[in-house]
Design a protein around this ligand. Structure first.
Ligand SMILES: NC(=O)c1ccc[n+]([C@@H]2O[C@H](COP(=O)([O-])OP(=O)(O)OC[C@H]3O[C@@H](n4cnc5c(N)ncnc54)[C@H](O)[C@@H]3O)[C@@H](O)[C@H]2O)c1
Length: 335
């Protein structure tokens, strides 16, 4: 399956194919210097499979975890390219989750004002979400994603077989983003995930359809001026939970945030589908604890928050919601 992202001269293809990582050379121009970036949690066999296809690979393995999206690692990648005399004709290939993709894409966008970037996302979150849209970033001075660029990859290779080694929590967390997009844009996809009896076999289709949804949005709003905010369903409360919590994954927090911003039958179905995949939907904090985090939300205007609301599966509305109503909805969703 191929998703074509049409962005004029920056257009690219996302290839979804089992076993693709072992045939990387068939899809990418690796007949040059290639900085291959990965982290310590990504099974070595994936990165080694890619390196086999490279004419001249420089491998960098960073520690796993969000803390690797740092200015120090940004410098480390740039220095590796300089030390190895990379020119504008060479390239960077990320093999890993969103952390590796965001960091490598950023370094790539800055080195000699931008060299070719290939992304091989290996977590479900990065396959359905962070590998499309061209957002690159590092965390800086304690602020997540505060420094970055919009920089499109030359090509993205998604090998769903890599998900076989991903732990269940990470898988479920990534699935939340697909459920989120289906809830707002594609009732058929929502039903497909709802009824799936073997999610591991259905995941290729889910990745493809989720990417098509995000593709249609980013093509209309490549630099996230406005429309792209429709992809933020569940994130207002989700981000607050993520800021407060020390051990929940991003998708786990968004899962708790989605029922708060939905109603009626949509709410029930969203809760049921998340619980089917082992995601908790009850919020573990009082509204009083979360509201201060929400007030910092950049979508806030006066006493209102502009939020994506789902009242019917497959649709969304952007509404101004009062803090008081958010407070009530959080209390309703509490344990
Ligand atoms: N650029 C964007 O548009 C965008 C969108 C959403 C999220 N993000 C960013 O993505 C990051 C989160 O990404 P993530 O959820 O992929 O986390 P991650 O990159 O930290 O990966 C999660 C864990 O899975 C391990 N891993 C990766 N692939 C594996 C595999 N196939 N088998 C076994 N283990 C594997 C990693 O080593 C890591 O420990 C955050 O920094 C977030 O800001 C970016």
């Amino acid at each position: 399956m191929i998703v074509k992202v049409n962005l004029g001269e920056q257009s690219y293809e996302i290839i979804i194919k089992r076993g693709a990582i072992e045939k990387a050379g068939n899809y990418l121009n690796l007949d040059r210097k290639v900085l291959v970036v990965t982290d310590s949690g990504v099974p070595e066999k994936y990165v080694n499979a890619v390196i086999e296809h490279c004419k001249n690979a420089v491998k960098i393995v960073l520690p796993q975890g969000e803390q690797s999206k740092s200015i120090e690692n940004f410098q480390l990648l740039l220095k590796a390219m300089l030390d190895n005399s990379f020119t504008r004709g060479d390239c960077v290939t990320a093999v890993g989750g969103g952390v590796i993709g965001d960091l490598s894409g950023f370094a790539c966008s800055c080195y000699m004002r931008g060299i070719d970037f290939y992304n091989m996302p290996t977590t479900l979150l990065s396959q359905v979400d962070s590998s499309i849209g061209g957002k690159t970033a590092i965390d800086f001075c304690g602020f997540k994603n505060s420094v970055g660029t919009f920089y499109q990859p030359r090509c993205v290779i998604i090998d769903p077989d890599t998900l076989k080694t991903l732990d269940k929590r990470q898988f479920a967390s990534g699935l939340t983003e697909a459920i989120k997009m289906a809830a707002n844009f594609d009732a058929g996809l929502f039903e497909f995930i709802e009824k799936s009896e073997k999610i591991e076999s259905d995941i290729d289709e889910i990745i493809f359809r989720s990417l098509c949804i995000k593709r249609d949005v980013v093509e209309k709003d490549p630099k996230e001026t406005n429309l792209r905010k429709v992809l933020n369903f569940g994130h207002t409360v989700g981000h607050a939970i993520e800021s407060k919590s020390e051990n929940l994954l991003h998708g786990e927090c968004v899962a708790m945030g989605m029922p708060v911003m939905s109603s009626g039958e949509a709410r029930e179905r969203i809760k049921a589908i998340l619980e089917k995949y082992g995601l908790k939907t009850e919020i573990p904090y009082d509204a009083d604890i979360l509201i201060p985090y929400i007030l910092h939300d950049k979508k806030m205007k006066e006493d209102f928050i502009s939020a994506v609301i789902c009242e019917k599966i497959g649709t969304f509305e952007i509404k101004d919601v009062t803090i008081e109503n958010i407070r009530k909805a959080i209390e309703f969703s509490k344990k």
